[in-house]
Design a protein around this ligand. Sequence first.
Ligand code: XIL
Length: 452
Amino acid sequence: MRSLRTGFRGTGLSLAAVVTGAALLLTAPVAHAADTPLRDLAAAKGKVIGTAVTGSKLTGSYGDIAGAQFNSLTPGNAMKWGSVEPTQGSFNWTEADQIVAFAQAHNQQVRGHTLAWHSQNPSWLTNGTWTSAQLSTLLQNHINTEVGRYKGKIAAWDVVNEPFNEDGTYRSTLWYNGLGANYIANALTWARAADPAAKLYINDYNVEGVNAKSTALYNLVKSLKAAGVPIDGVGLQAHLILGQVPATLQQNIQRFADLGVDVAITELDVRMALPADSTKLAQQAADYKAVLAACVAVTRCVNVTVWGFTDSDSWVPSTFPGYGAATPYDENYAPKPAYYAIAEALGGGTTTPPTGACTATYAVGSQWNTGFTGQVTIACSGASLSSWHANWTFGAGQQVTQAWNAICTQSGTAVSCANASYNGSVPDGGSVSFGFNGSWSGSNPVPTVTLG
Ligand code: XIL
């Protein structure tokens, strides 16, 4: 990352020279990252806050945020059977190892995900013809191998994933069809043997509220406990739709807690029909806050994990066409209202951004063969700021070379400009501007600026 702090404050720019017809006005949530990271807020409440991650992305802003804000990581795909053993007997632990190493370096827990599931299995496994004895051995060996490899490094395993249908009957899967419902108790027992310190979970979706599916899970956990099978927790995935947090969420968490198991919200996201707008983002913030509040209210709810912290790393757009914007940070890593809602639910102070509008206007000033000057004006109406970040992504290889009246850094195509010490404050009805020199070639399109 290059730091482009400059020593002089004069703009040297004539406002009249600005705007070559390319000014863009955008309303963005007025926001700056909360002073206290989410992980510290969560820790003060006795909770763990996690995110699913992609190993290859754990550098730059993505790595910075994952490391700074969260104290638990879940590999989004890297520990699934199809990822770790694509060919029978030939293992690929690269991404899983990388995530575990990152977590250790950042003093984070790891949630292992997942051991016995019907999806994302290797084709050699799903296409094979196995006797039930063979299938049982395959599953036992898989659990021994993977749990054993990470013994002592995994706080909790989603041992069994998505075992139920919506009506509470068992899902027809490789495991259920081949081994019967006993595969669940066996998988848990094998996982316990391979790493006695890891908490063992059953994880499912649409089990957040009290309903037929969650009641089937409840009854299963109750019977496993009665039979002495090692079961430490239930994972409520919480892939939610905007405005649809179940009213019985806290009650449901509590009934599992009362069985003597921990509860984790393991895959929280709140999807909305695109495009996002301020009304939907506000509803999303309320939804995140409700989920966090329900967990905070129950002592045995130990972890809330978001399924990707940025909209640029979410499974939603490809899985639910037309939906997206489901995570707490936007695609440019600017925190959304949902981020502040999480912070607030975890006891963060006055982190909620005002809802009035502050806007950022980007304009190209003069432009010559390889260089140009740019100016960004931040104006507030019905809102005010005490500090600001203006963020954008250059679309055509432009590079900021020098900035004034702001401290700009550029990493790849991503530019982030923070206020200088003397111009962070933007009063209601007022504005501040900063400028920069940049290089360009080919074209110099105007980027979208967000305030973060
Ligand atoms: C998703 C991943 O996020 C995607 O990248 C992948 O293509 C499909 O699986 N329930 C789960 C997760 O338990 O493992 C799923 O993750 C999302 C639904």
